[in-house]
Design a protein around this ligand. Structure first.
Ligand SMILES: Nc1nc2c(ncn2[C@@H]2O[C@H](COP(=O)(O)OP(=O)(O)OP(=O)(O)O)[C@@H](O)[C@H]2O)c(=O)[nH]1
Ligand SMILES: [Mg+2]
Length: 710
């Protein structure tokens, strides 16, 4: 394969709503570029992009796929992403390394919930966006309505570049407002037949052309001047204006297509090569120590790994984009995260599962390599002559749906764990963690669909799993001061055990004051591994207890903090004063004081207004106006407190604080309450006391569980 120079490369992420036709469009693009000789389809299970068994079975994309095609002597790298919101991690990674998002809209459906999710990722990544309204061959397609809904949601910078003359069955003709020509495509694809705009379309074409010229002129001051001078722009000037406007997101061109019939594809590829920015026209990318790379071949070599997959016969495949210099087979680069050298062995250009071996990759290009020793998604490989830091990676979305997973057959546990860790490597949005506190294996995801994918893969390895809502990590604390003492005394045969501890506990708050009636001779502040503090004070007077027994007392108290007196959850935020006690000259030992400390603490705790605390999440929900009422009612049922509401475009944004224990299946409920239109994000905020009725319920449940254990 020819080596493509930076300016001959275009990097495109195919994004958009679920089932809008991205994979079919990728197929059509490969066909136009003669990368494949016949167009496969989703229904025939033979597309280049959806080749994995799970994708064939489900007839939708589950992973992103790297592909490329050739057009106008340019190499166009395409990352086809899945449209279901559960796989948003793939969209984020793809937008991070591509220079334009080709954003497909289903012409029958307009803006859908998954469209909005994808859009928000382009906002976060600041990506240039070109829309194509797809499926225009469908009898339900409506171009004008769809454009209106795009403008409603995404603003007036949405600019029509083409419109269809005939939609529905037989759709084949568009008016192109840059070329100011009519383009007629053959069913199956290929270059369109170009003709003058018929009289019947002239007025509409002129109006839309003017709107396009105005938006394109806004791309640059010099273009504005040209526009005022000549009342119009040339094709070249318009292309320049669109290219500039794309980068600053001041224009979002709208094209037309039927990916299934190959209609519009050739012109979209033409547009990409003419008006979409090459990698070196995009804003530079910074390393964590502030050096910048601009896809310049003469810079030191630098690449960023945005994806890892595991393929049969190949093992781990690392997908990378080159941000500086060039990468050649045999090159040694350093991974700043590990400090290790990594040698680049074989490299491949991909078209789904088809690989072309390549031996040079220039700045700006995207390719894959294998056999790296220890490189993960988000790592960089650098020529260390230029410093020692890698690139800032992309953000991983907070998990929205966490389940406790267990192998039905416990002998599969180890295999399941190993496989889940492997899945995490290839999909960082999938978190895997064994919670020692809850004694559960937690799998954190973006939704039920993603968890079902995990289950599908495990099943293919003959591992059946059970899934449950995870237990809630409650905390225990106190609300007032209490004293208690405990004497541990045992007389059995020869030597006995004796230890007596008097202690006071009070709630820890920032800037708390020591009491004035007892002295403080030493303070130990402990940050607890599960959050919060334990402050341990030596307030002993007159040598009532030897200082050498204090660590044992602390140990006893810590044991109880670990296994809280109310429900066995972790305790936190407590100040303890050991202010008196007794020793026995022979029988006192560490074990006695540990037990005395532990029991005195337990008694004091129960008298100190003990409270159960629960984790509260900050939740942000986006829904169309008409679902506000239903969503609010549902939130109240979850003990949610509404913190605010605001409008963002067509969506309403609700901010609320909701107990984590009430959010276990929220992804699924929100979807059913809003007919799939609602989306949300969620993040741990703080621990808060549970209401008293809830506390009574938890105490009772714990007591019953203890009795069962006995
Ligand atoms: N009529 C018509 N159907 C289309 C067109 N493009 C795609 N389809 C059909 O729409 C369905 C979804 O197509 P895909 O290409 O899988 O869509 P996608 O956007 O990749 O879907 P996900 O990756 O699952 O989000 C399939 O049944 C396609 O055959 C089109 O232009 N016209
Ligand atoms: Mg797809």
């Amino acid at each position: 394969m020819k080596v493509y120079k930076t300016e001959e490369i275009r990097n495109i992420a195919l994004i958009g709503g679920a089932k809008s036709g991205k994979t079919t469009m990728a197929e059509s693009m490969l066909f136009e570029g003669k990368m494949i000789t016949r167009r496969g389809s989703i229904e025939d299970h033979n597309t280049a992009s959806d080749y994995r068994p799970i994708e064939l079975e489900r007839e939708n994309s589950v992973h992103s796929t790297l592909l490329h095609t050739l057009y106008n002597d340019k190499k166009i790298n395409i990352i086809d992403t899945p449209g279901f919101s559960d796989f948003v991690g793939e969209t984020i990674a793809a937008l991070n390394v591509t220079d334009t998002a080709l954003f497909l809209i289903n012409g029958q459906a307009g803006v859908e919930a998954t469209t909005e999710t994808a859009w928000r990722q382009t906002v976060a990544a600041n990506s240039p966006v070109v829309f194509s309204i797809n499926q225009l061959d469908h009898h339900g397609a409506n171009f004008d309505d769809t454009v209106r809904s795009l403008k409603d949601y995404f603003g007036e910078k949405v600019t029509v570049v083409q419109y269809p003359v005939n939609t529905g069955e037989g759709f084949n003709t568009v008016i192109d407002l840059i070329l100011m020509k009519q383009l007629k495509f053959k069913d199956g694809g290929g270059e369109p037949e170009v003709s003058d705009i018929p009289d019947s379309e002239k007025d509409k074409a002129d109006d839309l052309h003017l709107a396009l010229v105005e938006n394109a002129a806004e791309g640059g001051e010099h273009l504005m001047e040209k526009y005022f001078e000549n009342d119009t722009l040339t094709i070249e000037e318009m292309r320049e204006g669109v290219a500039l406007g794309l980068i600053t997101r001041s224009i979002f061109p709208v094209m037309c297509s039927s990916a299934k019939h190959g209609i519009g594809t050739a012109r979209i590829l033409d547009f990409i090569t003419n008006s979409c920015p090459p990698p070196n026209d995009m804003p530079e990318r910074a390393t964590t120590d502030g050096k910048t790379y601009n896809c310049n071949v003469s810079d030191p070599t630098a690449l960023f790994v945005f994806k890892t997959s595991i393929e049969q016969h190949l093992g781990e495949v690392s997908y990378f984009k080159v941000y500086g210099g060039e990468v050649k087979e045999g090159l040694d680069l350093t991974n700043p995260r590990t400090g290790n050298k990594e040698r680049i062995s074989q490299m491949f250009a991909l078209n789904g599962k088809n690989r072309d071996k390549i031996d040079r990759v220039m700045a700006g290009d995207i390719a894959t390599t294998i056999k790296l020793k220890d490189v993960r998604t988000g790592d960089s490989l650098m020529d260390m002559k230029n410093g020692d830091a890698g690139f800032e990676s992309f953000p991983i979305p907070e998990p929205l749906y966490t389940v406790a997973m267990k192998a039905v057959n416990s002998s599969d546990d180890e295999k399941m764990g190993a496989f889940l860790n492997e899945m995490h490597k290839t999909d960082p949005t999938l978190g895997v963690e064994f919670s020692r506190e809850l004694k559960q294996l937690l799998v954190k995801s973006q939704g039920e669909f993603q968890i079902n994918t995990v289950k599908w893969y495990l099943k293919s390895l003959n591992i059946e799993v059970e899934i449950a809502i995870p237990k809630t990590p409650y905390r225990e604390t106190i609300t007032k001061t209490a004293n208690a003492d405990y004497r541990h005394k045992k007389q059995s045969g020869g030597s006995g055990q004796f230890g007596e501890v008097h202690l006071r506990i009070m709630p820890y708050t920032e800037g708390y004051q020591h009491p004035t009636d007892i002295p403080v001779r030493g303070t130990d502040e402990h940050d607890l591994p599960w959050g919060g503090k334990l402050v341990f004070n030596n307030s002993i007077v007159g040598g009532a207890i030897d200082a050498r027994f204090l660590p044992a007392i602390l140990k006893g108290i810590m044991e109880r903090m670990n296994d809280g007196p109310l429900t066995g959850s972790y305790a936190r935020d407590i100040v303890v004063y050991i202010y008196d006690g007794k020793m026995h000259p022979v029988d006192s030992n560490e074990i006695s004081f540990k037990l005395a400390g532990r029991n005195a603490f337990s008694t004091a705790f129960k008298n100190a207004g003990p409270k159960i605390m629960e984790p509260i999440n900050d939740v942000e929900i986006r829904v169309p106006e008409e679902f506000m009422g239903a969503v609010m009612t549902d939130l109240q049922g979850r003990r949610g407190i509404i913190m605010g509401m605001s409008a963002d475009g067509k969506s309403q944004v609700i901010k609320a604080k909701v107990p984590a224990s009430e959010m276990g299946r929220y992804a699924t409920s929100l979807s059913s309450v809003t007919s799939g239109r609602g989306t949300f994000s969620m993040k741990f905020d703080a621990y808060q006391q549970v209401p008293s009725d809830e506390q009574a319920r938890l105490l009772k449940a714990y007591e019953e569980a203890q009795e069962e254990d006995d």
